[in-house]
Design a protein around this ligand. Sequence first.
Ligand code: ZN
Length: 668
Amino acid sequence: MNKFIPSLALGALMAFNTQAAEDPDFNYNVDRFADIEVLRYEVPGFSDLTPRQKAMVYYLGEAAQMGRDIIWDQNCAYNLPIRKMLEAVYTNYKGDRNSKDWKEFETYMKQVWFANGIHHHYSTDKFSPKFSRSFLETQAAAQPAGSVPANYAELIEIIFNPSIAAKRVCQDSSQDVVAGSAGNFYAPGITQAEVEAYYAKIKDPNDPTPISYGLNVRMDRNADGSLREDHYQLNGLYGPAIAKIIYYLSKAREYAENDAQKNYISTLIDYYITGDLRLFDEYSIAWAEDTASQVDFVNGFIESYGDPLGMSASWESYVNFKNLPSSQRTETISNSAQWFEDNSPVDARFRKPHVKGVSAKAINAAMLGGDAFPSTAIGINLPNANWIRAAHGSKSVTIENITEAYAMASRGNGFNEEFVIDAPTRTMMDKYLYLTDMLHTDLHECLGHASGQLLPGVDQDALKEHGSTLEEARADLFALYYLADPKLLELGILDNPDAYQAEYYKYMLNGLMTQLNRIEPGCDVEEAHMRNRQLVAKWVLEHGKKDKVVELVKKNGKTYVKINNYRKLRDLFGKLLAEVQRIKSEGDYKAGAKLVQDYGVKVDPKLHKEVLQRFAKLDIPPYRGFINPVFTPSFSPSGEIIDVTISYPENFVEQMLRLSRDYSTLIK
Ligand code: ZN
């Protein structure tokens, strides 16, 4: 539950004073369609790695791409055959490329590629195609035998019938969220009540080191009607993809930087072979404790945002290496982790007496895969298991080159002029937002998620469907509270006691207004990070009303966020942090649900409409993602990699078609 995805503001608000890019002419912008912009990212420092490190990046990158089909199938059981059909039509089309049908079909194809399936990656609503059904029927029927699935007529019905598989992740807790979700974590017909009963039976509430139940599981039904866990493993679900992942992990292992790294790659491979979640825990501990290696990676079933019950995890991969200069900042913070914990505004009973090994670093991503591609996070904090975090610590990263790519691609887009209240605030943001945004990510990942403890006997899943939102709120609030702390000046990380105001303004503007650009008219806020941001912003708006800490004001008919008292705003963040931590520590489901429902979900339709209209004029895409660079190894006569070069030869379509050609593991 611990990835940090960019707020809209990070994609849009800008934030200059980035680190100097390696190539001043680097072209970040790749493609633009529907509500999406596709970027590419530079990988500064890659050429400074040793040949062995480059070889490891290369093989880990292959392993990252080999899992692509897994996420497609996890997102929805129809995705892979639909992709095959759409790609066949796309590549073989001989008709008029200026026709409306073709243009809308091409947009849909790109939307499906970007989302790893037929549901929007963020809202999880099924896309509504704007080309005619007869266009696709005619095109699919005209394809040579074998190039489209035999059941293509059924697939077309799924694409066009709005009542089939309408939502990938249902979060409406008044419904059966399992039955209401089109994701592929549960076989059709399984209900939420059945799944909850199944796990209630096998979970031991007194186990101090529980496995992550259901993490690598798709739930199915036995012939007698009882439920059964099918595991993602070599001789189980996704076996052919996992076999390729194992192959490339074992190649990467030959270039590991040290024995510890070699050993945990072996443990990870053993876990992929057996599906044994105890081995995954063992791997996770050793991985979290490895702070020595420069080249690092995430590869596995990690985050469970895609499962409406937050148990089964989506496959993802990040290949990366430490950005040495920027890591000084994160290391300074993590070295003071205990000070931050001891001085936090939460009840002493809920603080960690001994913060264990919170390691933090800034990294540059070199390859994104699975659920982390093309839409990706800017920060990660793993492992997710609470007992491992408490006993062994966690690893927190800020992805510097991705953050930078967002900032560089946003220059001059007019966002600040439209939404930020006045010139002094804009100037402050120009000066400090890039750094304080990055710091917010550092603090959120490295301290926020790692802070606090549950009271004895409290189930880590006690907050159920609100768990993700409240966990993100906790991490954000911890970061917001400390951004304004003099400690950051004392540590030499900030040079101006008011710098934090840049991030405060951005956060309030985003949570109260601009993130609404991601919501369809008439809809509520659903995604966990967005609920969290609105919850935090609306709660402090309301609780600071009496003192006019923050206001929504009108100027020339437009709404603006006005912050009158930044110090009091900080106090309010601290108060809410104390309450959210109490809810988490006590497992107070009722209070947590009320907080989310009262502040995180509902949208003011008038303000929503205004925000959408103001954005429409700016033409800023609400969502962004990335294509990967291409790595090309050169080999010695004996088959050792002697060097790897990096290049950016492709556009979005070319990269998607190449991945489907070279990395299809689950569909032929
Ligand atoms: Zn987070």
